[in-house]
Design a protein around this ligand. Structure first.
Ligand code: F6R
Length: 594
């Protein structure tokens, strides 16, 4: 989604803005621009990469400005549609993330009043509305402008007759970075980490006034206090640190991420799990709501938690839940969202709260929107995930779901203790797998020449097959489908040929024998089969063409090692194809529109 940055302080704003925009590149964008505040507002923008824009800039010493990376929603990527957008006088500039629902009506009215529009965007109505209402006070003009607007927005406005920036938020994320004699605005934390680790999360309906001397927040015209959060992420964590891509760095971080996620919850002396969150006796069932990779984590969590706790667990895709008549009785609604900002998830969370459900957010981002809305929060502590494709956050989500299952399990204490002990050994198992990444890289080279790949699994590893297919398609652009292994014969068999390899996840659980039967059926259609199989599983060699070996773990933990193997497979396939791995085309890290 669009990235917003703003700076005011003692430094020259231009290099700061460019640097902050680079830190937001991972969100995905098709055009970018900056505006510098001086006697006039100077705007540089185009449908190009940030590095190319940087080359076009002439040195400026201005101490304030705003910047933007655009992800087109209204109007194609072009110089005219790129942000910042200006008013007729050229004194006002605005960057915006979100969608102004009533922009057509506003545009028509403003046009009748004499305003001239130069782009196809919804955003452009904002600077014109501000121009209409400006009488020397930018805060007042912004406040009146948002009174006319409906929809979602996070925007920053500057005016050449006003010192600093005015920002407003409704249903799109916006943070203020609080520095020393310098302050920043951004749509996401990594943008400001070079300058400060102290941030304020604005709430819907807030207006912020940001100058070099300080930040002030207002609501309904009254000044209010907003908590300053200290972000526990270092700038090094948000940098590549010698790796070719963020994705491979983040895959390598996973042993540490698993450890960090369970650390506070399992005591070293007595391996029992205490989450500090109790399952309430009055709860009838759990409903997980999530999107994309987080949804696949929820599908694994459903099986784990149901089997360990006997609590019925349902799972819904957030965007479907929002338009469904799902019955919510005494249901505990748990949203899983890495970013804590996904618009579909936020809407679902609001819907669950409105009907009085108890709510819990599982997220990675301290202070994110989901944490502020949900009754309770569990943090996965994966550290900043910069690559658009989720990897370490998925593994951390799975770890948290195992912890939940163990914390609320009703079974025999000895088996719980032995599971908790094995959970603590998973980082070493994942490390053993990562140490053999060269072998997986060779399979990536092999897959890279195909255009269609199926992923199959059963039971706990069916969602892992879905995740494997999602990883491959999003970063390598190979068409990939995930299926329960038993379903191929109900239709997809029609597509199997020697040119459609099948990746089969062969966990040593009660589904193994049937999976072997499914593999035989696939081989009869002459598709090459690549298995993800446990070390020491000799049997599998009778059935498949190749096998990626994963360390032996109990079947319940097999999704962790299998998912890491599939992440590496997708990474090396995409690398072989020369793809833009960290920022795949058309995708955004934080999806803040519905
Ligand atoms: C895929 C991916 C997405 C996200 C989805 C939900 O690699 O990253 O499918 O999982 O957009 O995002 P969060 O978890 O931030 O709600």
């Amino acid at each position: 989604m669009c990235g917003i940055v703003g700076y005011v302080g003692h430094r020259a704003a231009q290099p700061v803005l460019v640097n902050c925009l680079k830190r937001l590149e991972y969100r995905g964008y098709d055009s970018c621009g900056i505006a510098l505040l001086g006697k006039d507002v100077e705007i540089y923008k185009d449908a190009i990469r940030i590095e190319a824009l940087e080359k076009k800039l002439r040195p400026h010493i201005n101490k304030a400005g705003i910047g933007h990376t655009r992800w087109a929603t209204h109007g194609k990527p072009s110089q005219g549609n790129a942000h910042p957008h200006a008013d007729c006088t050229g004194k006002i500039a605005v960057v915006h993330n979100g969608v102004i629902d009533n922009y057509l009506a506003l545009r028509e009215k403003l046009t009748q009043e004499g305003h001239k529009f130069r782009s196809d965007t919804d955003t452009e109505v904002i600077p014109h509305l501000i121009e209409k209402y400006f009488q020397g006070d930018l805060q007042e003009a912004v406040s009146k402008a948002i009174g006319d607007m409906s929809g979602s927005y996070a925007f920053v406005a500057i005016h050449s007759d006003w010192d600093g920036m005015v920002v407003a938020r409704n249903e799109s994320p916006l943070i203020l970075g609080v520095g020393d004699k310098e302050n920043l605005v951004a749509s996401d934390v990594p943008a400001v980490l070079d300058y400060t680790d102290r941030v304020i999360y604005l709430e819907d309906g807030d207006i912020g006034v940001v100058t070099g001397d300080g930040v002030r927040c207002f609501r309904n015209g009254k000044q209010i206090d907003r908590e300053v959060h200290r972000i526990p992420w270092s700038i090094e964590e948000a940098q590549k640190g010698g790796y070719a891509h963020f994705m491979i760095k983040e895959i390598h971080e996973q042993p540490r991420v698993i450890r960090n996620t369970y650390k506070g919850y399992i005591s070293a002396l007595e391996p029992v799990v205490n989450l500090g969150i109790r399952k309430d006796a009055g709860i009838n069932d759990i409903l997980f709501i999530a999107c994309g990779t987080s949804y696949y984590a929820a599908l694994v969590g459903q099986q784990v938690i149901q089997s360990l706790t006997q609590i019925p667990v349902r799972v819904e895709i957030a965007s479907e839940f929002n338009y469904s008549d799902t019955v919510l009785g005494r249901t505990w609604v748990i949203v899983i969202t890495q970013s804590g900002e996904t618009a579909d998830v936020m809407r679902a969370l609001k819907k669950a709260k409105e009907v009085g459900c108890r709510t819990l957010a599982i997220t990675n981002v301290v202070g994110s929107s989901a944490t502020r809305l949900a009754d309770e929060t569990l943090y996965i502590t994966a550290g900043p995930e910069i690559c658009v494709a989720a990897t370490k956050s998925f593994i951390a989500q799975l770890t948290m779901l195992y912890l939940m299952g163990l914390a609320w399990a009703s079974g025999d204490i000895r088996s719980r203790v032995s599971m908790a002990t094995e959970l603590r050994q998973l980082p070493d198992k994942v490390q053993q797998l990562i140490d053999r990444e060269e072998e997986i890289a060779a399979f990536g080279k092999y897959l890279a020449k195909y255009e269609n790949v199926f992923f199959v699994g059963r039971g706990l590893n069916y969602p892992v097959a879905l995740e494997g297919a999602l990883k491959l398609k999003e970063i390598s652009y190979i068409h990939a489908e995930g299926y329960p292994a038993g379903e191929l014969k109900h239709g997809p068999f029609a597509l199997l040929t020697p040119k459609t390899p099948v990746v089969a996840i062969a966990a040593r659980d009660n589904t193994y024998d049937t999976l072997m039967a499914n593999i035989k059926e696939i081989k009869a259609r002459e598709s090459p089969v690549l298995a993800i199989a446990e070390e020491g599983d000799i049997e599998i060699e009778k059935y498949v063409d190749f096998a990626v070996r994963v360390p032996k773990v109990s079947p319940i933990f097999s999704p962790i090692v299998n998912a890491v193997a599939l992440q590496l497979l997708a990474y090396y396939t995409a690398k072989e194809r020369g793809c833009s791995i960290d920022t795949p085309r058309n995708l955004a890290k934080s999806v803040t529109v519905e």
